[in-house]
Design a protein around this ligand. Structure first.
Ligand SMILES: Cc1ncc(C[n+]2csc(CCOP(=O)(O)OP(=O)(O)O)c2C)c(N)n1
Ligand SMILES: [Mg+2]
Length: 432
């Protein structure tokens, strides 16, 4: 079929041509619904916003709503690129992979406004009798499904927020907003301190922290499902025109490198960076390096960087088993065969750098970001740095560590790095 000469359908029996070009509708809720939402939001004193990828587009309206309501905004993982992390009232990601200021804001608010998100993990949202809530979503099939929202507005996010803004009263008490901004500032300091905790040989957070300020404003970033998703969520400060994604709904391993390749085909003029675990590299990422070899010369900007978290472990699940179901590491299922990823990439003609010293991370990123071809960074990271959820207390961390001191093959490293990392939240900060 693909070889046949094209001929358009004719005006005859069984010839049913379709058409090109659709002007889609911009749905907006009824005035009565918008008024109800405005009344609820005006009645609250501590308003939290939750934005997801459906809120891409109305960034200015979200900022205006947040300013009027004295609110902060947390971002669902797939919405990380919706609002800049440089905004002082943006608390960052929410959930197990989220931040403490997002958690604190949700636990403290009396009003919730969700825009374009079906974030389902209610333990990270306010208690059900704690907050009154409004949801804005374009899809009437799913609205109101994830939380007991009192007002559900079906509509385009931008159109709905525009309708809402004139009805909102500016809150004169700014104390909630101030405490959010203070928490956000402290959080970013904590992230820098956690990335600086020494590890053996490289603290994976340092890999992300070193890149963050070097990211070009138009970079596209992908992460895989593994520990990299945590550091992507917490350590990267998105700004400018950056885009980012990962397998946010299914959390399947293996999309990282294909996402990166897809991004290069969609935007061959933008630099793309992928973070991927060694387990996912062994599943399909290494084969996809061959795809990169095949196509990279077609891309106007050839920079595609694959940064591998080489920890010889299915680390995210090792930690989930330790943290969630109280099991020590089961080496038989969790350990990975050691592979020289840089040598494999070199054999394909790609630029390749092995990094096993944290002092070399900065220059490795510089080299990759100025290379004339795709680069594989084979980064030897420490599997004993835990992806600790934001609400874990130091006491909980210590008791988890003690529980495992008996049965875990990495017990000493795990206890040492884990507690050192968590401690950074509680140590005095330089500037505050
Ligand atoms: C297809 C698939 N299999 C298994 C899982 C469960 N899982 C989630 S993360 C992970 C480990 C990932 O290991 P790796 O890629 O080495 O990354 P790391 O966590 O070590 O950084 C596993 C097994 C999954 N999400 N998808
Ligand atoms: Mg791994």
């Amino acid at each position: 079929m693909q070889e046949l000469e094209y001929s358009p359908p004719t005006h005859a029996f069984k010839m049913v041509p379709s058409s090109m070009g659709t002007d889609w509708a911009t749905p907006a809720p009824d005035d009565a619904g918008v008024r109800k939402a405005a009344e609820l939001l005006n009645a609250g004193t501590k308003v939290a916003l939750l934005v997801g990828q459906g809120a891409r587009g109305p960034e200015e309206e979200i900022a205006e709503v947040a300013e009027l309501l004295g609110a902060g905004a947390a971002k669902a993982l797939l919405g990380k690129d919706v609002l800049s992390d440089e905004l002082p009232w943006v608390t960052g990601s929410i959930g197990l992979l989220g931040t403490r200021p997002s958690y604190d804001m949700m636990m403290d608010c009396d009003t919730l406004l969700t825009v374009g998100s079906s974030f389902p993990y209610t333990q990270f949202m306010p208690e059900f009798d704690q907050a009154r809530a409004v949801q804005i979503d374009i899809d009437g099939r799913f609205i109101g499904m994830r939380y007991p929202y009192e007002v559900n507005l079906v509509g385009d996010a931008k159109a709905t927020l525009r309708a809402l803004i004139p009805l909102l009263q500016r809150k004169s008490d700014r104390s909630f907003r101030k405490s959010i901004e203070k928490g956000v500032k402290r959080w970013w300091e904590t992230m820098a301190m956690e990335a600086d905790v020494k590890a053996d040989p490289i603290n994976p957070m340092k890999l992300f922290a070193e890149l963050s300020p070097k990211l070009p404003d138009n970079a596209i970033i992908a992460a895989d499902s593994g520990s990299s998703a945590n550091w992507y969520a917490r350590q990267l400060k998105f700004r400018g025109n950056m885009r980012g994604s990962l397998s946010g709904n299914l959390a399947t391993m293996g999309p990282g490198v294909p996402y990166g390749i897809g991004a290069k085909f969609a935007h061959p003029d933008r630099p793309v960076i992928v973070f991927e675990g060694d387990g996912a590299m062994q599943m399909n990422g290494m084969a996809e390096l061959i795809t990169i070899k095949h196509y990279w010369q077609e891309w106007a900007d050839p920079r595609l960087i694959i940064a591998i978290l080489h920890n010889n472990d299915l680390n995210q699940v090792t930690w989930e088993m330790r943290g969630m179901i109280d099991l020590p590491k089961f080496a038989e299922s969790q350990n990975l065969p050691d592979v020289d990823y840089a040598a494999f990439a070199s054999s394909l003609g790609l630029n390749a750098i092995t990094v096993d010293n944290p002092k070399k991370l900065g220059s490795a990123w510089d080299e990759a970001l100025s290379a004339d071809r795709p680069t594989v960074l084979d980064v030897h990271t420490d599997p004993n740095v835990p992806p600790v959820p934001p609400h874990a207390t130091l006491e909980q961390m210590q008791s988890v560590a003690e529980a495992f001191l008996k049965g875990d093959e990495n017990r000493w490293g795990m206890a040492r790095e884990g507690i050192k990392v968590k401690m950074q939240e509680f140590l005095p900060h330089k500037e505050s």
